[in-house]
Design a protein around this ligand. Structure first.
Ligand SMILES: *[C@@H]1O[C@H](CO)[C@@H](O)[C@H](O)[C@H]1NC(C)=O
Ligand SMILES: *[C@@H]1O[C@H](CO)[C@@H](O)[C@H](O)[C@H]1NC(C)=O
Ligand SMILES: *[C@@H]1O[C@H](CO)[C@@H](O)[C@H](O)[C@H]1NC(C)=O
Ligand SMILES: *[C@@H]1O[C@H](CO)[C@@H](O)[C@H](O)[C@H]1NC(C)=O
Ligand SMILES: *[C@@H]1O[C@H](CO)[C@@H](O)[C@H](O)[C@H]1NC(C)=O
Length: 391
């Protein structure tokens, strides 16, 4: 046996499997969605990613997961398309990886993202369907009490912008501000946080370009400067902004670059950008492209030799002046990579392909930032929306 194989075999025998939690919407033949616990065995390869438990207590449209408060609870948001209310659900993680609901609170319609703030004493939700922002105070292990809500009336030039659609809640690196990209209104909303009360107050928004549809964003600090990278679902561009903390309060944004998501290739018609994330070592930015199958990959069913079309993930290297340099366009492993997550050391990336109902795991070279081979895949049987690694 070659030494590498011996090493893998030893690891497979001794090291524990890594768990991942994923959310999925109700599949076409069901009315409830799921939070599924997956185990990734350290040997990787065929059959290495397996479902070990499924929880159906997060309604019809589980859309986002958050494990900020620690290892034994995870929060799942139900977007609640089919019910009058949506909800945040507190799920206890049992020793065997199964989940059990221990609290639930109704919310305004259509939450799609959560962000804890003010030293985890409060939680903000972005409501896509409900055109709103809401906040909650947090007590104990995750009991939420409504604090504030803001509803917006807005419209943009594109058909998808018939109303305000708040798509994400993110916190700035100082913990003083919450930002909310609003896809329908072509703005990134900015709020400051009162540390004494957790109340938030609006400042001037970052104005996006008309019809661009800001969806998600990430901050990155370098050389004492702060940059914000906003991914636009409709414009299919990342815009990099230098962020200024204004003395009068609020944030200023200066555009430093606008860049496409396909490298030297033409941006395909119909594509829809989705997720953006900074690598654990802060050296790379990765984003996902949906509805433009520029690659083909092996079938998720190992018995089926027909290749399937694949969307893509794009990697950039940020420079000290905040601009991005294209590194690689790589397959996502299926269709509609709505979400993806790095493992702790950035050597693997797990992708949720919403329309092929799969979670696909790729190796990643932490030095070059490039994605490598697909090393595990699980057929979930439902539209995958979010992934959290338990490490
Ligand atoms: C839905 O269909 C899948 C196969 O596509 C099957 O595995 C699953 O059991 C079905 N679920 C229900 C509730 O019928
Ligand atoms: C739940 O839905 C009802 C009916 O639409 C609405 O009146 C109520 O405000 C909602 N509750 C929350 C917490 O949004
Ligand atoms: C939203 O806030 C208003 C007060 O501004 C309050 O009356 C209402 O109950 C809140 N709605 C929810 C769903 O918390
Ligand atoms: C996907 O792209 C095609 C064009 O290639 C477009 O007709 C279709 O509406 C797009 N689908 C979605 C869900 O955006
Ligand atoms: C194999 O995969 C292709 C592409 O997804 C699909 O159209 C076909 O029905 C599959 N064949 C079988 C026997 O499952």
């Amino acid at each position: 046996m070659a030494i590498a194989n011996l090493l893998l075999a030893t690891l497979a025998g001794s090291a524990a499997a890594t768990k991942l939690y994923i959310t999925s919407y109700a599949p076409p033949n069901a009315t409830v969605g799921a939070v599924t616990t997956l185990e990734l065995s350290p040997g990787l390869g065929q059959g290495a990613l397996k479902s070990v438990a499924a929880n159906n207590e997060c309604g019809s449209a589980p859309t986002w997961l958050d494990d900020t408060l620690g290892n034994d609870v995870i929060f799942c948001v139900d977007e609640g398309f089919q019910t009058p209310n949506a909800s945040i659900n507190t799920l206890k993680i049992n020793a065997d990886g199964s989940l059990k609901s221990i609290a639930k609170v109704d919310t305004i319609q259509g939450p799609v993202s959560t962000q804890f703030f003010n030293k985890n004493k409060a939680l903000a939700l972005a409501h896509y369907g409900g055109s709103a922002i809401s906040t909650f105070t947090v007590s104990g292990k995750g009991t939420f009490t409504p604090l504030q809500n803001f509803t917006f009336v807005a419209k943009g030039p594109r058909p998808e912008q018939e109303a305000s659609h708040v798509h994400e809640a993110i916190i700035d690196p100082t913990g003083q501000y919450l930002l909310f990209p609003d896809l329908g209104a072509d703005v990134v909303r900015v709020y400051c946080i009162d540390p004494a009360t957790s109340l938030i107050a609006a400042h001037d928004s970052l104005q996006s370009k008309p019809g661009y549809g800001p969806r998600h964003a990430v901050f990155r600090k370098t050389g004492g400067k702060t940059y914000l990278y906003v991914i636009h679902e409709l414009g299919n561009k990342i815009i990099a902004y230098k962020v200024e903390y204004l003395e009068s309060g609020g944030l200023g944004f200066k555009e430093v670059q606008e860049i496409g998501l396909y490298g030297s290739q033409e941006t395909p018609a119909g594509t829809k950008a989705a997720e953006i994330s900074v690598s654990p070592d802060h050296r790379f930015i990765v984003a996902s492209n949906r509805n433009a199958t520029v690659f083909s990959v092996d079938n998720p069913d190992p018995k089926n030799s027909t290749k399937i079309p694949s969307d893509s993930l794009v990697t950039f290297a940020p420079k000290n002046d905040g601009t991005l340099e294209f590194v690689q366009l790589a397959p996502s492993g299926g269709s509609f990579p709505r979400h993806f997550k790095f493992n702790k050391d950035g050597s693997l990336i797990a992708v949720g392909n919403q329309n092929t109902f799969t979670v696909d795991v790729f190796t990643r070279n932490v030095k070059s930032g490039k994605l490598g081979a697909r090393v595990a895949s699980a057929l979930i049987g439902a539209p995958v929306t979010n992934i959290v690694w338990d490490e």
